[in-house]
Write a protein that binds this ligand. Structure first.
Ligand code: FMN
Length: 122
């Protein structure tokens, strides 16, 4: 790490990120959860089409749909499906490129999801 970046908060947050496989029992307040959702909404996307949808869950609503608890002891969950319809607006540019609306949707939704995954270690 170059000395000039040692105290770079953003870089350190990215380098320290790890997949969590057991979440604590601490509740996520609504305003905090909404701030996390907003972090995804401002992610970059193709022509700013924001080709994603959002499905948010509590443990209760997750159980109603999937008949099991949120994995890894989570108490909130977000599914970010790619929205292939919005991408059709720019299909004129890519008319001979099959699957491009799917690719755009998945890339954009993934970037939005990634923005929500970053957090500082305690
Ligand atoms: C698209 C995708 C799907 C993943 N699916 C799972 C999964 O089903 N179960 C799991 O424990 N981890 C899953 N992971 C996490 C990876 O296993 C993890 O990112 C990888 O082992 C590197 O570890 P790290 O994220 O802690 O650096 C997934 C990651 C991505 C990007």
């Amino acid at each position: 790490m170059p000395p000039s970046l040692e105290n770079n908060q953003l870089l350190n947050t990215i380098l320290d990120r790890r997949s969590i496989r057991h979440f604590s029992d601490r509740e996520i307040p609504d305003d905090v959860f909404n701030a996390i959702l907003e972090a995804g909404r401002v992610a970059p996307s193709t022509v700013n089409l924001q080709t994603w949808a959002l499905a948010t869950f509590t443990d209760q609503t997750w159980k109603e749909l999937f008949d099991q608890s949120i994995p890894f002891n989570g108490n909130r969950a977000v599914i970010v499906p790619g929205d292939t319809h919005r991408g059709k607006k720019v299909m004129g540019f890519f008319s001979h490129r099959p699957l491009v609306e799917y690719t755009l949707a998945v890339i954009n939704a993934s970037l939005a999801a990634m923005n929500r995954l970053l957090r500082q270690r305690h």
